[in-house]
Design a protein around this ligand. Structure first.
Ligand code: ZN
Length: 413
């Protein structure tokens, strides 16, 4: 098992979902997992004891023991690789005021103000006409969205900053007449999915390094914990880690949790082992941990939480409950997870949103609906969710990883 330095490195290696999949598969490959892209997979590949299939910004990895305790089912762990950001439009070059600008599309629930006055790089994937693809990136600061001076917006502090999504978020990146595709080495006959990211590296912050500051803490922390757990857990039951894309925009895509990716792979994993007919028994006795960050209690805004169900940063992962099923955790699932937490020596917290402040949702209810597996929504508490630079505790990610390892090894389900 690795420590927090590896998480900081994972965050920095993963400026886009495609990079996040690459950083995950590098770690899995080093631990002996066979890794293939979906285009290169045949059915025999699913017989691998430790394997991983990547599909653009998503990946599904499994660890399948030789003689699994099959009728105790599997542990599924779900997380998402995407984060709200600014993405280049297909024709990204623009100019105004003697400068080159980028035409961007706003992806997901971006906290727009957090992208102002930051040193931005570019990262993503490029596809060529011959079917090949490659990652591209410009890691040095090349772009900025400069804030308007206070002298030109005198009431901004009293009335709040209002940003027009089309007009005010275009980054500048050079003198008039620049071609950002040439900068990225993208040919005119190629297509791309490229996002901007804050080039400031992930950092430990606080008098005693109590916090982590980084982009994409939601939800790369969970991806990292899931990957570290599957490569180190010594479990006698199958474990399946699903890193989905497009959670921030509703999960409805071929690589999102609402798509058939996981279901198809589970079908293949069972079929090559002669277990296709045991599918119902297998799923019925499995458990799914859907890991996605929770809102930690913000010391300056205590009224935004229900004070009895407000998770504190660095006090352990939070079980997320919602009677209206925005989170999948049931009382039965919560009982299993409490036992697992006790076995792991990990403190669990409760998150239920303030009734006047409806919560978001995540992949948990979607995978629960698709697979019918008992699903637990859980996540480390963080601050500044969906900011270009978010904050979480430096102890919680390790606790989440330990909890997932314990969930793979427990006899609680
Ligand atoms: Zn999330």
């Amino acid at each position: 098992m690795v420590g927090i330095a590896d998480l900081l490195s994972y965050l920095d290696e993963s400026p886009s979902p495609f990079h996040a999949v690459g950083a995950a598969t590098r770690r899995l490959g080093a631990a002996g997992f066979a890794v293939r892209s979906d285009a290169a997979v045949d059915s025999a590949f699913f017989a691998e004891a430790r394997g991983c299939v990547t599909h653009q910004g998503a990946a599904v990895a499994w660890s399948w023991p030789q003689d699994p305790v099959i009728f105790r089912g599997a542990l599924f762990v779900g997380a998402h690789t995407d984060s709200p950001c600014l993405r280049l439009k297909p024709r990204p070059n623009a100019c105004a005021a003697g400068m080159s600008l980028l035409e961007v599309e706003i992806y997901g629930g971006v906290l727009l103000n957090s992208w102002l006055d930051r040193d931005l790089g570019l990262a993503g994937v490029v596809h060529s006409g011959d079917g090949s693809s490659r990652l591209v990136e410009v890691r040095r600061p090349v772009a900025r969205v400069p804030q308007l001076a206070i002298h030109l917006d005198r009431e901004v502090n009293e009335k709040g900053l209002v940003l027009h999504r089309q007009h005010h978020m275009r980054p500048i990146w050079g003198a008039e007449g620049g071609d950002v595709l040439a900068l990225l080495g993208i040919g005119t006959d190629e297509t791309f999915d490229v996002a901007l990211f804050d080039t400031t590296p992930a950092a430990l912050v606080g008098a005693n390094s109590e916090f982590i500051a980084s982009g994409r803490i939601d939800n790369l922390v969970s991806c990292w914990a899931a990957v570290d757990a599957i490569r180190t857990a010594a479990a006698d039951r199958p474990m399946i880690v699903c890193l989905f894309d497009h959670e921030e925009v509703g999960s409805e895509s071929t690589t999102g949790a609402a798509g058939p990716l996981l279901e198809n792979i589970v079908g293949e994993l069972l079929r090559v082992r002669g277990l296709a007919e045991a599918r119902f028994d297998f799923l019925r006795q499995s458990l799914c941990v859907s890991a996605d960050n929770a809102h930690g209690l913000h010391p300056n805004y205590p009224d935004r939480h229900d004070s009895n169900h407000a998770p504190l940063v660095n006090h352990g992962p939070a079980l997320k409950r919602n009677a209206n099923q925005r989170y999948a955790t049931s009382a039965r699932g919560a009982a299993i997870m409490r036992r697992v937490a006790t076995e792991a020596g990990v403190q669990l917290q409760n998150f239920v949103s303030n009734n006047a402040m409806p919560c978001g949702s995540t992949i948990g209810p979607i995978t629960a609906t698709r697979l019918g597996v008992e699903t637990i929504d859980i996540g480390i508490p963080q601050l500044a969710m969906h900011s270009a630079r978010e904050t979480c505790g430096s102890r919680d990610p390790l606790a989440l990883r330990d909890l997932v390892v314990a969930a793979a090894q427990t006899s609680a389900y």
